[in-house]
Design a protein around this ligand. Sequence first.
Ligand code: GDP
Ligand code: IMO
Ligand code: MG
Length: 446
Amino acid sequence: MSNTIVLGMQWGDEGKGKIVDLLTSAFDVVVRFQGGNNAGHTVKFGDRHFALHLIPSGILRPETPCLLGNGMVIDPESLFEEMEGLAAMDIDVGERLRVSDRAHVLLPLHRAVDQAREEASGKAKIGTTSRGIGPCYESKAARFGVRMADLVSPRLEARLERLLQRYEPELRDLGWEEIPTLESLVTACRAWGERLQPHLADGVDQLHRWMEEGRDVLFEGAQGALLDLDHGTYPFVTSSSPTAGGACTGAGVAPRDIHGVLGVLKAYTSRVGMGPFVSELDNDTGEYLRARGNEFGTTTGRPRRCGWLDLVAARYARRLDGVDAIALTKLDVLDTLEEIPVCVAYRVDGRTLDTFPADIESLEDAEPVLETLPGWQADTVGTLTFDQLPKRAQEYVNYVEQRVGTPVGIVSTGPRREETIVRREVLRRGLHLENLGPILAGVAGG
Ligand code: GDP
Ligand code: IMO
Ligand code: MG
């Protein structure tokens, strides 16, 4: 048995969707455990293109059951929209999509609060995806949230009333005009409950029954380690735990039932929204990476800030997540560069730091210490094996392995499923993945 977590090692958008889609063929079940429709996971294969937000990328493999875990915040309207979008593309979601009855319901009220707060924050805004994620997790932590099970409970109205009482005064203060009424919330929630009923499940029981049947589970992370509420660049973070521990609490699984962690690391760095980013390139090279890497948000369409690979941050993520193997993505985006600088440490107040500081001021003031590697200036898109990569591209991958301290098991050289090098020995050893056949059938293999 091999249960694996796939996590982002940076600020999100590392290419988790592509990697999960690739790996799903070797697993029986895919589970999301945190976040909501702030996530945007792009999957491409053949001539098909999907953007997923709430539903795990595993849904694209026929018959793979998927679970939205208790740690998620779920906007039912967005979920229905996504289900309809998939149906229109001939992906049958049906009852193989299970939704934990312990997951929290993200209401229009949460979206309004998120947007009103951001608008009122001026320069201090976080640059959220304005999907209501922070307020929904806030309601959960403050213990007045509404859970999926409540949608079909006689206590629904009382719970919604309590929630509205908390947020109505704030929204009024912020001058928000369209405050939902209790009646409209109750009506919407009842309709959602009815529609979701066939999907609702005791997520913990469902997951453990799958595991007891010997099914292999892939846990699909959203966001990335540096957006983690505890470990990220607080307060410029999301409100959930996109690190390995989050999979345990967010799905209801014990650490001993996890057998491997695959960290997805982009060959450079991107970030959307506000907050410090030490290796950021606010210049033509940053613009070049954005254009060549098509770095525009899958969820909000916002241009992503771009910069060099940050090894201080990557080592931090490796520790937080216990990464067993890395999927290094978007190597092809660096193909044309003559030189490739990499951030190996931070200079702050005359000191050199090789660990990721907690305080935001240090991070804002930090200057990157760069080491420069030679570029390969050759096309890597769709390369079949690691050995066929240009020598200097191999050296870049080896350098990342050594400096992060974790082997690279997958090298991605294009957005499509087919454009991937799978190093089977690394995945076998690192993730205990024996059943690699189905993955290798879809890709090059090396
Ligand atoms: P996620 O949020 O981690 O799933 O990542 P996103 O899907 O938001 O962003 C990654 C983007 O890069 C998507 O547009 C992918 O199609 C694309 N992508 C993924 N891997 C590669 C790669 O190796 N090369 C290139 N050029 N694009 C990639
Ligand atoms: P995926 O899963 C990149 C960022 C937002 C903002 C901060 C807080 O596609 O990698 P939120 O709406 O969560 O309260 O916003 O987090 N953010 C992401 N950035 N990829 C994501 O998801 C993100 N989800 C949230 O831009 O800076
Ligand atoms: Mg994304």
